[in-house]
Ligand binder design. Structure first.
Ligand code: AMP
Length: 414
């Protein structure tokens, strides 16, 4: 454990294809020191927004071309340095990188070396949109501070505990194994954090708590977590499977793909684009923001009503399925942009499910708060809770634990 004065800062980097989100956290004081975003990297209108949190300073914004991820990291490093928090500071003990796909090999946070980086590169075909950006972020950070431990925290890792009967697709095993086709699951860092935090909220030991986590953001996934271990999750080989999302279809008959290829003459890439970018809520009603959809529902807009109904129907099917997977459920927990903010979604998701022990209290459910909270009535058999997710803090926690353990001479490698 660190004591005051011991270096204990972790920089968390979440590198997307044209953006880098970052946070600097102090693990000794459990404090967020700074946060920011560089977006539209490579365009003339790149933008950096930096918020110094520890000093209470003003938010700073810069626009103008930032050519690549290297320049983005140097720019954010300059901003941190202006607050006395530069990447060259000795307080910084590690950089934690969000990496979307860890494939079958990476089931734990992992210290990055050349071999690990090469393995992450081999996984690019499984996450062609995400892993290349994550790799660029890692390379750049290693160039800037080659002496610093860099840790990869994988979105898939928490789901590695799924039993084989949950992660295997019912297809020819030899084909599946040859091409690494199985269910991996995503948003794992969020599911791990939220399920642990929910157990705390209930005042129960995580080892003895069963929860259904509903991560409902622009991407959305559900998971069934028993005693801190994931038993099933709704996303699969890629983040396309499962719930209805902002722009992704979620579950559908795989034959839809053959049908569109044969009958509509669509290429594989066109169908990929359709299902990932032009489906889900946006495909159904033209909007993917739940606030806008609810506004349209209130005005009696038929397409928005139907989109909402389809979204809720799928969600309820997963809640029912995960009751069956878990046997005993202590809480259904909502998180991420929609789950934390849309009271109508929470209400509709559990409406009429008193038989499952589920209900929301109207007043608690509509109360706005940033804190973890119960929204079910007192005495409910199954709690309904809202737990704001914090993937950056979880990445920082895992990164710090690994980086400081590796430095501890008393720690023996298993
Ligand atoms: P996330 O991916 O977790 O950042 O979630 C983003 C999504 O959350 C947006 O696309 C909206 O649909 C939804 N969202 C954010 N704020 C609200 C709100 N106040 N009410 C309803 N939905 C919201």
């Amino acid at each position: 454990m660190s004591t005051p004065g011991t270096p204990a800062r972790v920089l968390v980097l979440n590198s997307g294809s044209s953006s880098v989100k970052y946070q600097l956290l102090d693990m000794a004081g459990d404090e967020r020191l700074a946060a920011g975003l560089v977006e539209r990297i490579g365009e003339r209108t790149s933008r950096l927004v930096h918020t110094p949190l520890a000093s209470g300073g003003e938010r700073r914004e810069h626009t103008g071309r930032i050519a690549d991820h290297g320049e983005a990291l140097r720019a954010l490093s300059r901003e941190l340095a202006r607050d006395g928090l530069g990447l060259d500071s000795r307080e910084l003990v590690a950089v934690g990188h969000r990496v979307v796909h860890g494939g079958p090999r990476f089931t734990e946070p992992t210290l990055i070396d050349d071999d690990v980086l090469a393995e992450i590169e081999k996984l690019v075909p499984l996450a062609p949109l995400h892993n290349p950006a994550n790799i660029t972020g890692i390379r750049t950070a290693r160039e800037l501070r080659p002496d610093l431990p860099q840790v990869a925290v994988f979105d898939t890792a928490f789901h590695a505990s799924m039993p084989e009967h949950a992660f295997r697709y019912a297809i020819d095993t030899s084909v599946a194994d040859a091409h690494l086709v199985r269910r991996y699951g995503f948003h794992g860092t969020s599911h791990a954090y939220v399920s642990r935090r929910a157990a705390q909220l209930l005042g129960r030991a995580p080892e003895d708590t069963n929860v259904i986590v509903l991560h409902l953001g622009n991407g959305a996934s559900a998971s069934a977590v028993a005693g801190g271990r994931c038993l099933d999750t709704s996303m699969g080989l890629t983040p396309l499977e499962g719930l209805v999302m902002g722009t992704r279809s979620g579950d559908l008959d795989p034959a839809v793909v053959f049908h569109l290829a044969r009958v509509a003459g669509m290429s594989v890439d066109a169908v990929d684009e359709l299902l990932n970018k032009k489906s889900g809520l946006v495909g159904l009603c033209g909007d993917n923001d739940m606030r806008e959809i609810r506004r349209r529902v209130d005005e009696g807009d038929r397409a928005a009503e139907l989109a909402f109904a389809i979204y809720i129907h799928r969600l309820r099917k997963y809640i029912g399925a995960y009751f069956a997977v878990l046997g005993r459920v202590d809480a259904v927990v909502f998180t991420a942009g929609v789950g934390e903010n849309a009271a109508e979604v929470r209400e509709a998701a559990v409406a009429g499910l008193e038989g499952f022990g589920l209900a929301v209290d109207g007043r608690r459910n509509t109360l706005r708060s940033q804190e973890p909270r119960l929204v079910s009535p007192d005495g409910s058999r199954v709690a309904v809770a809202v737990v704001p997710t914090d993937e950056e803090r979880e990445i920082a926690r895992q990164t710090f634990a690994l980086a400081t353990r590796e430095e501890d001479p008393s720690y023996k490698h298993a």
